[in-house]
Write a protein that binds this ligand. Structure first.
Ligand SMILES: Cc1ncc(COP(=O)(O)O)c(C=O)c1O
Length: 282
């Protein structure tokens, strides 16, 4: 498998990263995941790269030329033979390697590390069709969740809880209000209106969330970015989790609470259908 690491295409077993890389030592970096759907290709690349630019700016990581990334993921998809099947590109940038270890930034001459890979991706067809159960846990993350950092320990722990309790994902609440999932944004439907937590420093501005809001406008579905109290969950007609790998997945149970009639809802189906139409470019 080919990777792209610091200006070069390399075979994965020949790729090396310094033990002093700040990504390894401090999780001092950010990442993106972009979906590849044949025959159209990478989906929403510009939006992903724009979010990456934002993260780099916020963390003051310099020296990554975002404009180079698109041709690199295209080349990797070709070299790794994905062009006929679904795949994902993983893009990670860190503040680079510096010795001795120190919390504060290394000298400006330290180059950042850019790692890009692609891998085959199998869609979660059954979950998307039948709906899933998610857990609800407390959001213990920091208050800059708008940056897609590689520091993902709370996400890892909450996702592991889900795996251990036969759920698909964990969604979080902070001070009683729903934020998002470990790798998804949360949407709900009540009386024909789509609700999703508003953009803030407590959620990642998901690309799929943006696409879903765009779909609502296209389909004349009213939508509202609003605070969602945990106590409202029992009154929702439908719930869904949305994300690059999750697409639009119906949530039919939260912990032991059945949502609506316990089956994927009609609005979720309409949004899924429109998402696939957009992906196919029709
Ligand atoms: C915490 C979090 N929220 C939301 C999302 C969904 O974002 P996107 O639709 O851009 O994949 C992700 C994606 O990984 C995520 O990690």
């Amino acid at each position: 498998m080919w990777l792209y690491l610091n200006d070069k295409y390399v075979e994965h077993d020949k790729a090396t990263i310094s033990p002093f890389d700040r990504g390894f030592l401090f999780s001092d970096g950010i990442y993106e995941v972009v979906r590849f759907y044949p025959p159209r290709g990478f989906f929403q690349v510009e939006a992903h790269l724009e979010r990456m630019r934002y993260g780099l700016e916020q963390l003051r990581i310099k020296g990554i030329d975002i404009g180079r990334i698109r041709p690199i993921i295209e080349e990797l998809a070709t070299r790794n033979g994905h062009k006929g099947a679904q795949a994902i590109a993983y893009i990670q940038a860190t503040r680079g390697a510096y010795f001795p270890r120190q919390h504060f930034f290394p000298p400006p001459s330290t180059p950042p590390t850019l790692l890009i890979s692609t891998s085959p991706f199998k869609p979660h067809a059954e979950e998307i069709e039948k709906g899933v159960r998610v857990l609800l846990e407390k959001d213990i993350r920091w208050s800059r969740c708008d940056i897609k950092t590689i520091a993902l320990l709370p996400n890892i722990l909450s996702r592991q809880s889900a795996v251990e309790q036969a759920a698909c994902e964990t969604i979080w609440s902070r001070d009683g209000f729903i934020t998002e999932g470990t790798h998804t944004n949360f949407c709900a439907v009540k009386n024909g209106m789509l609700l999703t937590p508003r953009k803030s420093n407590f959620i990642l501005s998901g690309i799929t969330r943006q696409v879903v809001l765009h779909i609502c406008r296209n389909l004349n579905i009213s939508s509202l970015e609003a605070s969602i109290n945990e106590s409202e969950l029992s009154g929702f007609d439908e719930c869904m989790i949305v994300g690059t790998t999750t697409e639009v997945t119906p949530v039919v149970k939260i912990n032991e609470l059945a949502i609506g009639n316990g089956m994927p809802g009609e609005m979720t189906r309409r949004i899924q259908k429109e998402l696939y139409r957009i992906i196919a470019g029709n």
